[in-house]
Design a protein around this ligand. Structure first.
Ligand SMILES: Cc1ncc(COP(=O)(O)O)c(C=O)c1O
Length: 403
């Protein structure tokens, strides 16, 4: 007879140990209530532009309902390569794998690179998926915290370099960063690239917010693809979700050194096999004709950021720095020491949905994340709800401030 404990119908221990998303936990608590004004997810509030939807509809009308190549249809791989060549460095379609979302791109890259026990370094606060993905592969994740000061979030590059010890398998870096908006500068990128090249450490750059960058008058945040050679151990993952307003389509890509591609192809086969052709056709059109959409989206978000940050500055006890990129304000609220309890209370009492800072790592405790990809009216209503709540709220998740 087998030991009865071995028959418990459970997932393996690394999976059971994964943290559930605290963003989801809060959203699940309030999603049933249409009166809750929600800013908890990282999602533009606008529908995908009609010219992109039309391309998918036309593909379906043509009957393109079959499997496609593992790496994506040639037209989309070429469109991505051309797009990256114009934005960053000469790129060919053999370096591109189309994926069924940015999330899937990250998972595939980690599956390709990371073995159980490998050391993977991440910079936090960070979107929780990036911290948990390597753990699915039973990797050891080491977090290097950003610090928060008067001018916003900053990275101590020497501290990060020290954490990237010889034998480290990979650095995963998201810039512009979800949730803080912190964006790595060129000098830090150069130092990381040289260090990682010296020690054979892979860099996985999650670039999904690179087009949502407000700090300088540039069409794009500084990218490792601008400075890394095509044959270096640098992989960039990206997505159509944010800049082209396509979250529900589930389309992204990986660009990496050619020798990695055959193995990524096997992993794509054993994960999703391919992305739907009609979705890929929409991606081709988004890249070909979508620059005005990206520009309008960035300008709209820049204005929303300024409006929200200005309004939040007028609230007593709220501290926030204008984020350089992405679509989130990450605000510290005086006296909040349990952001999860605070956000639950916000949903219940103020009917305002924000994401708890602790979802993004321990250094996010005391903060809440607010996605500002929303109309002026919604943002103003949200600030009014927060103001009323802070003025009257009993201190749940908030330590009473002494008189
Ligand atoms: C930092 C970061 N990376 C990747 C993604 C993945 O985006 P998607 O799976 O919608 O392509 C997100 C989505 O919120 C994100 O915030």
């Amino acid at each position: 007879m087998p030991d009865s404990r071995s028959l418990i119908p459970e997932a393996r221990s690394a999976v059971r140990a994964l943290a559930s998303s605290r963003i989801r936990d809060i959203a699940n608590a309030g999603m049933h209530d249409p009166g809750v004004l929600a800013f908890w997810f990282g999602e533009p509030d606008q529908v995908t532009p009609a010219f992109i939807r039309d391309a998918a509809a036309a593909s379906l009308a043509r009957g393109e309902t079959f499997y496609s190549q593992n790496f994506g249809i040639p037209e989309l791989r070429i469109a991505i390569a051309d797009y990256l060549s114009a934005l960053h460095r000469p790129t060919v379609s053999d370096e591109i794998a189309v994926t069924a979302s940015g999330m899937s791109a990250l998972m595939l890259v980690v599956e390709a690179l990371v073995s159980p026990g490998d050391r993977v370094v991440v910079v936090t606060p960070l979107w929780p998926n990036l911290v948990e993905i390597p753990k699915i592969l039973s990797a050891q994740v080491v977090c290097v915290p950003l610090s928060f000061g008067a001018s916003g979030w900053s990275l101590d590059v020497d501290r990060l370099l020290d954490a990237l010890t010889p034998g480290t398998r990979a650095l995963m870096i998201n810039s512009p960063n979800n949730p803080t908006g912190w964006t790595i500068d060129r000098g830090s990128q150069q130092a990381l690239l040289a260090h990682c090249a010296r020690h054979g450490i892979w860099i996985v750059a999650d670039d999904v917010y690179e087009r949502l960058y407000y700090a300088e008058d540039r069409p794009c945040a500084p990218s490792l693809l601008d400075i890394a050679d095509n044959d270096m151990r640098v992989v960039s993952t990206n997505s159509f979700s944010k800049a082209w307003l396509m979250t529900g389509w589930r389309l992204g890509w990986i660009v990496g050194p050619k020798p990695l591609l055959p193995d990524l192809g096997k992993l794509i086969e054993y994960n999703t096999s391919c992305s739907p052709v009609f979705v890929q056709r929409a991606g081709v059109v988004a890249l070909r004709d979508g620059e005005p959409t990206v520009d309008v989206t960035r300008e709209r978000l820049r204005r929303a950021r300024d409006r929200l940050v200005d309004a939040l500055h007028s609230l007593p006890g709220v501290e926030v720095a204008p984020p350089a990129g992405a679509m989130y304000a990450f605000l510290r609220i005086d006296g909040v020491d349990d952001s999860m309890a605070f956000c639950r209370r916000l949903v219940h009492d103020a009917r305002l949905g924000l994401a708890p800072g602790s979802a993004f790592g321990p250094e996010g405790e005391g903060f809440v994340r607010w996605c500002f990809a929303a109309s002026d009216e919604r943002l103003d209503d949200g600030v009014a709800r927060l103001a009323r709540f802070l003025a009257t709220a009993p201190p749940v998740g908030k330590t009473p401030t002494r008189e």
